[in-house]
Design a protein around this ligand. Sequence first.
Ligand SMILES: NC(=O)c1ccc[n+]([C@@H]2O[C@H](COP(=O)([O-])OP(=O)(O)OC[C@H]3O[C@@H](n4cnc5c(N)ncnc54)[C@H](O)[C@@H]3O)[C@@H](O)[C@H]2O)c1
Length: 272
Amino acid sequence: MDFDHVLVVGAGQMGGGIAQVVAASGRRVSLHDPYPGAVERGLGAMRKSLERLGADVDETLARVTPVDDLVEADLLIEAITEDAAAKEELFRRVDETLPQGAILASNTSSIPITSLAAVTARPERVIGMHFFNPVPVLKLVEVIRGVETSDETAAAIVALARDLGKEPAEARDFPGFVSNRILMPFINEAAYALMEGVAEPEAIDTIAKLGFAHPMGPLALADLIGLDTCVAIMEVLHRGLGDPKYAPCPLLRQYVQAGRLGRKTGRGFYVY
Ligand SMILES: NC(=O)c1ccc[n+]([C@@H]2O[C@H](COP(=O)([O-])OP(=O)(O)OC[C@H]3O[C@@H](n4cnc5c(N)ncnc54)[C@H](O)[C@@H]3O)[C@@H](O)[C@H]2O)c1
């Protein structure tokens, strides 16, 4: 499958990045986000990123069309807020709008692909296509099969990921898949270390960077991901795996309550 026309829903940091890499591959993208100003912000971020990468800005952006509602396409890539009810509602609507043969992919970090598939009449064509932030830079795409996902669907999405210049890695549909099952407890533990006064944020991040050769520390990474998204993922791990070790750190919750969501609001563990 070529996926000549891709509908990306959600124009935040991930949806914008996904629209950018799909457009850069020569495909046509329709970008939908009902929140006022969201698509414009997404396009602005894409422009900056393309300029930074030295890519052909106008040619790439010309392939991205903002749309006011869902439109027919060969593939959906959903990148809305990490909220199961909102995603299920969207998958129900998309299932009615997109042609029978279209594939419905979610960029969710943790919500079960099987439950998104179950609200559609095409569970064999529903799959997880999990990109990493920043999408134009990071190579990984975690491909997650729901219980009913067909081999054809998985093969088509693996091939697409390669065609976008990414490296796909397949995982089963288990809470947090592989990436966030490992990453989020790491971030959560860093938040506990801060809350318990073990070290200052800079020291915690320096230890991870210089001691473990990570390109950035867990608290800076949490700020990049969004603390609201981190809490939402920890809650999925906690509920889905039933082990108290996955409960979100109270400090993370408190920062979210305060609106300190990380880079996207200008303040998280650090001030931007
Ligand atoms: N942030 C990361 O590092 C990261 C990495 C991988 C995957 N993800 C996943 O990607 C998804 C989006 O995360 P993000 O960081 O881009 O969040 P974000 O807050 O930057 O963007 C979410 C966007 O979705 C829009 N939105 C909300 N509800 C919607 C709806 N019902 N219909 C259409 N649009 C809607 C919002 O207006 C917003 O623009 C989440 O599922 C998240 O778990 C995030």
